[in-house]
Design a protein around this ligand. Structure first.
Ligand SMILES: Nc1ncnc2c1ncn2[C@@H]1O[C@H](COP(=O)(O)OP(=O)(O)OP(=O)(O)O)[C@@H](O)[C@H]1O
Length: 532
């Protein structure tokens, strides 16, 4: 140890005294002859009290270190033992530090006192967060320090807040694939603050959006765009430059027209347009049979299924078993309106489509849909996930035991038949053709269900009608692709190859319509018994 080191151990105040002593000794050496070695002299002159002080301070420092370490360990064990029960999900400072760099999902929704720090150091502790849920928090902006999440963040939920624009920091999130800002106060869709190179799924349902900027064409990777329940008067032509678009929801806006170029998008397979002036005159009115609430008995303990728009219960009406879909209060579903779903379902009359018996009104508001009950029913697919985006996530587990080649061929035939009927006879698009919306009953009959995205269109406008039908033709092609890939051990794909190539081609008018599709299916040897 150096001299400076040993001096500092004794405190600042000992320095001048020591120096003076040393100066005096130097004088003595030159004036009185033999010098006395400096170190030896210092040792001899150090008072015992100073040594005692040094030892006590060393012990005190050591004891402090031990106490500090033990307290840290105790806090760690206490938090670990409490299994995260004590941390406040709305306050990042309380998150268990030993877990931060492993956390892939953060749920900070519905916080009473939300505090998002503008501190890059805090946010950079979350190295692996892929999904962040900030729904229902009255937020108006996001701190720029959240940029620290950019290396990992893929899914961001900002729904049911008070944003009037997309926060600036979002454009820095270069891995963001899914952004949900449903139920905010946005007035424009602009790509300005969006990560255009990564975004595939954009949810802007139920805002005040009256304008889509022409810069929307920067969203070249976008596959799914949800814009229902806004105030749009027109769709800019530039949207047709978003060539990856596969699904667009535009229900409940103020659209008088829709550009032909947008309807011709090469990958577009799902669209909803109900509740717009464009097809208002075509939407069936008072088509529903009104059922009195007292005449229907709902078995609330028997849930047949549930989805985004409501819960389907088992019930009884005029001595017959029925299924009753009870819509969520103020349901502003991403697909469309409950009213349109009920009126369209009421005019559908086909053996391979679920048809309505009537609707139940309460205070002049239609709130329940009564359907024929399909006994022992199960959907054939699982709804899309954040990974599959526009495609069903896979076969539904329940359906596996009833799957065989005949069931799959019959399903393809039944869906084609129902689609030929709705497009050819009543001018209706289903808008949501997926295997998760095909129900198979105990007698192995498949039918299309869930008319939540459906809309009636104008069959007299032949050019437009063709495009609308052929958008759904593409969805039907995707459905066949899913059947063939999920069940490749049960059914061969080869016989469908030529038909599928025609259905999936990007030039929309070149695709066959449903009548031609059915004719070609009927000619396939596999289908001979089913089509006969
Ligand atoms: N007529 C019926 N008979 C028996 N079960 C039914 C009937 N209609 C619907 N179900 C069951 O209820 C589930 C949900 O129905 P539906 O798809 O109409 O609801 P949703 O809220 O529109 O769903 P999504 O989230 O897909 O839009 C179905 O998958 C099915 O299991």
């Amino acid at each position: 140890m150096s001299d400076e080191g040993s001096s500092s151990l004794f405190g600042e105040e000992s320095m001048p005294e020591d120096n003076m002593e040393m100066r005096q000794r130097r004088v003595r050496t030159t004036q009185m002859g033999d010098p006395v070695p400096r170190r030896v002299e210092r040792k001899q002159t150090k008072p015992a009290a100073e040594w005692t002080k040094a030892i006590i301070m060393s012990f005190a420092a050591l004891a402090g270190f031990v106490v500090f370490t033990l307290r840290k360990k105790a806090t760690y064990l206490a938090r670990k033992g409490s299994d995260f029960k004590t941390f406040d999900k709305c306050n990042l400072a309380t998150y268990p530090v030993w877990k931060l760099d492993e956390a892939e999902e953060l749920n900070m929704s519905k916080c009473e006192h939300m505090n998002l720090p503008d501190d890059i150091e805090v946010w950079s502790r979350f190295k692996s967060v892929k999904k962040l849920d900030l729904n229902s928090n009255s937020l108006t902006d996001l701190p720029s320090a959240m940029e620290a999440l950019a290396p990992s963040l893929e899914i961001l939920f900002l729904s049911e807040n008070k944003f009037t624009k997309v926060p600036d920091v979002i454009k820095k999130m270069t891995k963001l694939r899914v952004l949900s800002m449903r139920g905010n106060l946005l007035t424009e869709l602009t790509s300005e603050n969006l990560p255009v190179a990564s975004l595939v799924w954009l949810i802007l349902t139920n805002n005040n959006i009256g304008n889509i900027s022409s810069n929307v064409n920067n969203l070249t990777h976008l596959r799914k765009l949800m814009l229902s329940h806004n105030s749009l008067h027109e769709i800019p032509l530039e949207l047709h430059e978003c060539k990856d678009l596969e699904l667009i929801r535009l229900a409940d806006n103020n659209l008088e027209t829709i550009p032909r170029e947008v309807l011709s998008l090469p990958r577009l397979g799902w669209i909803s347009l109900s509740g717009n002036p464009i097809f208002k005159s075509k939407t069936p009115k008072n088509s529903e049979k009104i059922i009195k609430e007292n005449d229907i008995e709902i078995n609330k303990s028997k849930i047949l299924g549930q989805g985004a728009s409501g819960i389907v219960f088992s019930g009884t009406y005029q001595d017959q078993d029925v299924a009753v879909k009870v819509f969520k209060e103020q349901s502003k579903g991403s697909d469309g309106n409950a009213e349109d779903e009920m009126s369209i379902n009421s005019v559908v009359d086909n053996p391979y489509a679920i048809s309505a018996i009537g609707v139940v009104e309460n205070n002049g508001k239609k709130k329940m849909l009564v359907m024929k009950l399909l006994k022992g029913t199960s959907p054939l697919g699982k709804v899309p996930s954040f990974d599959t985006v526009t495609r069903d996530a896979g076969p539904a587990p329940l359906s596996q035991k009833i799957i065989n080649k005949e069931v799959l061929l019959t399903t393809i035939w039944n869906v084609a038949s129902a689609l030929e009927y709705i497009h050819g006879s009543i001018g209706v698009s289903h808008g949501d053709i997926y295997l998760h919306n095909v129900l198979i009953d105990g007698d192995k009959v498949s039918r299309i269900s869930d008319w939540g995205a459906s809309f009636a269109y104008d069959l007299d406008d032949a050019e437009q009608a063709e495009l609308i039908e052929k958008i759904e033709v593409l969805a039907f092609g995707r459905l066949i692709q899913d059947i063939l890939s999920w069940h490749s051990k049960v059914i061969e794909g080869e016989p469908f190859k030529g038909l599928l190539d025609d259905i999936l081609q990007p030039e929309i008018t070149e695709r066959p319509g449903f009548k031609a599709i059915k004719d070609r299916l009927a000619l396939m040897p596999e289908m001979s018994e089913i089509a006969g």
